[in-house]
Design a protein around this ligand. Sequence first.
Ligand SMILES: [Zn+2]
Length: 311
Amino acid sequence: MNRRELLKSIGLSTVALPLLSAASNFTSKAIQPSGLNFKFGDLDLFLFSDGTNILKEPFPLIAPNKTEKDFLNATKECYLDQQPIAFSLNILLIKKGEKYILFDTGNGLGKNENVGKLLEQMQATNIPAHLITDVILTHAHGDHIGGILLPDGSYAFKNANYYIAQKEFDFWMQENNQSTKNILEKIQTKLTLINQDDILFDCIKTVEIPGHTPGHLAFEIAQNGKVLKHIADAVHSPILIRYPEYGIKYDRDFDLAVSTRIKVLEEAYQKRQIIVAMHLPWPGIGYIGKRDGKYDWIPLSFGSNLKQIQL
Ligand SMILES: [Zn+2]
């Protein structure tokens, strides 16, 4: 029995094996997870990991206005006190007919050894970069747009068109940040500027979630009356789901980001939306629940044949 037959016999696609390995090696050297593939309505969805950054000093990066004791209590409450606090980079890809629509591009190659895995992961799932037709950018931070160009300055996704919020584009064009400007200028001829409530590809609605950056966008993907919402960087950690007001230094407008975060979480909870979040622990897809009056991260469980998961 070869590897493929073995996997088939236990009801798993080949794409799932590295994930199992990662789980069983939890405390030892990190093994990069591979992609997930599942159905949402008529769409084929994929999640890839661009990598994971383990935080050397999570406090006061998270909860900068709180005491260290508050922070440690929050980590304990989220069962994160016995494991490294890390930011994953979960990248969503939607296949709709002939369209391959990628949400953000990760850090890009050559930044550091823990990240920049997206292209390799796509290749391993038989989706080479040239198939990507569209790249929707949630915002213009380096871990989201860094993968647009290869280290030699050429396009990583040579056939792709790009989408970003008008507000985000305008903001970065007047900022003193040359590397971000260079990337946005390079794609300008392939770029469509989008706004609140625009509908892309008949099923993807833009939702402004300002605070992290001025033009930070979430996306509601609708299928058969259900909504899967990509909330980008509205939360970076389960700690910020439990304690959204603790905030994170990465947010350009701290107070606005807190109120946006609470709004996003409350709506997700009320409407039972399926959430995809960029930096939550891999694969960063699940629901927002409530426990003791506070929000809770309820990750989706991927224990069986992923192809059979029909959200
Ligand atoms: Zn980010």
